[in-house]
Write a protein that binds this ligand. Structure first.
Ligand code: XIL
Length: 474
């Protein structure tokens, strides 16, 4: 499988763009032959959703159910139109860890293999969620649940490491009204469960974009939208590893497409995260439905960091809300008016250009502080610990700051409280897991200029260390 595609360093749209370029080139030859007839420059217009989105630097995806991959009409549309897939149910907790500690990836793998062998990227959905938990997890609480959840995140994200464009790390954690968290067994393990999940996911797959995903967060004036916005803002301020926000966007009369949708997408993007439309479906029919699909596409294209759109199924009959006929193809696989409106909106001008390559995880080496903050004196380095403790486990973030001479390599040493052990480390190489432990730089954060700093972190069981630690430069 690894032979088929390397990690998508060239961005989600690059492969389909090549395919589209070939199609355009062929079309271009045909157009030269018919030049006298052609007046508009339509040669670059994509003829499928995926190719057209790729021309705009985006992806166009769909939810896929593994058991439908043997339906040739379904697979035909999938392969022709889409360049991204999300497993509709197959990567959820109940599917991937049916018994505690026993992982089953067979259905999810069928989807991932199909995607990769057909040049499509994969959105991972979903690592931590109150719904579709296996029975054993539903019966856990407190530390046991917290540890089980972190283990689940770590195992699944590690298994798919390098194959997932973006993970929905946490799904639907906010309450429908009031702007606060949803009550759930996960929430009752402590308010920091979301950031703990993100840290575990980053450690397991540093190359995947990590998203928070939710519904009814489309209307900028709604309390739920503001609640999620404030969480993302706080995460960015505190360095919690979050890269993107997913908007499920299941629209119907009770939860209609809001005219301020573009404002919502842009406001989140302005926090420094990508935004993605992750589960789009719009109940209705005919031109009303088509117009709304067009509006959603235009809103995404108007926001530079809106990197792609996923519809939640292919044909109306595939939808989890089939009676609302909310998708782009009818139950016989024919293109609906909504399809044409979507493709036309993708092909129309007026787009903003997203970043061309998938950015790596946020840089951890920061430039030297401004002259108002003098660098620490001395030729060594200092290490300051920030502890995030919950019952039975912890994450410690460590800021390493070089002294006046800078540092070419550094090591942080500390002694863990008794009973504590390190389970994973990011942005450093750990030696030892309990008692006296040390953390050495990795390649990219080895060199620090005078007064410059970098951050690494580790996660563990028991009581974590805080305060300061010994830092040795060189
Ligand atoms: C839905 C699936 O489409 C159904 O097949 C399943 O029975 C229930 O879940 N929000 C999400 C998705 O994040 O995972 C849900 O998918 C739809 C709502």
């Amino acid at each position: 499988m690894d032979k088929v595609l390397a990690r998508d360093t060239e961005g989600p749209a690059a492969r389909p763009r090549r395919r589209a370029a070939l199609i355009s080139a062929v079309a271009g030859v045909a157009m030269v032959a018919a030049a006298v007839m052609v007046t508009s420059p339509s040669a670059s217009a994509g003829t499928t959703l995926g190719a057209s989105a790729a021309e705009k630097g985006r992806y166009f995806g769909t939810a896929v159910a593994a058991f439908k991959l043997s339906d040739s009409q379904y697979t035909g549309i999938l392969n022709r139109e889409f360049n991204s897939v999300t497993a509709e149910n197959e990567m959820k907790w109940d599917a991937t860890e049916p018994s505690q500690g026993q992982f089953n990836y067979s259905s999810a793998d069928r989807i991932v293999n199909h995607a990769r062998s057909n040049g499509m990227q994969v959105r991972g959905h979903a690592l931590a969620w109150h719904s579709q938990q296996p029975g054993w997890a539903q019966n856990l609480s407190g530390t046991a649940l917290r540890q089980a959840m972190l283990n689940h995140v770590t195992q699944v994200a590690t298994y798919y490491r390098g194959k997932i464009y973006a993970w929905d790390v946490v799904n639907e954690a906010y309450a429908d009204s009031g702007g606060g968290r949803r009550d759930s067994n996960l929430q009752r393990t402590g308010n920091d469960w979301i950031e703990a999940a993100f840290r575990a996911a980053r450690a397991a797959d540093p190359g995947a974009k990590l998203c928070y995903n939710d519904y009814n967060t489309d209307n900028w004036t709604w309390a739920k939208t503001q609640g999620v916005y404030n969480m993302v803002k706080d995460f960015k301020a505190r360095g919690v590893p979050i890269d993107c926000v997913g908007f499920q966007s299941h629209f119907n009369s009770g939860s209609p497409y809001p005219s301020n949708y573009r404002t919502t997408l842009q406001s989140f993007a302005d926090l420094g995260v990508d935004v993605q439309i992750t589960e789009l479906d719009i109940e209705g029919s005919g031109s009303t439905q088509a117009t709304t699909y067009g509006n959603v596409v235009r809103d995404c294209l108007a926001v530079a960091r809106c990197t792609g759109i996923t519809v939640w199924g292919i044909r109306d009959s595939d939808s989890w809300r089939a009676s609302g006929t909310p998708l782009l193809f009818d139950s016989s696989g024919n293109k609906k008016q909504a399809y044409t409106a979507t493709l036309d909106a993708l092909n129309a001008g007026g787009t903003t250009t997203p970043p061309t390559t998938t950015p790596p995880p946020p840089p951890t080496t920061t430039p030297p502080p401004s002259t108002t903050t003098p660098p620490p004196s001395g030729s060594g380095c200092t290490a300051t610990l920030t502890l995030n403790q919950w019952q039975g486990g912890f994450v410690t973030n460590v800021r390493v700051t070089a002294g006046a001479a800078g540092a070419n390599g550094w090591t942080v040493s500390l002694t863990l409280p008794s009973g504590a052990s390190v389970t994973n480390t990011w942005s450093a190489q750990a030696s030892g897991t309990s008692g006296a432990v040390s953390f050495r730089n990795v390649d990219y954060n080895r060199q620090l200029g005078a007064g410059a700093s970098t951050e690494f972190g580790f996660q563990g069981n028991g009581t974590g260390p805080s305060g300061t630690a010994t830092c040795t430069a060189g």
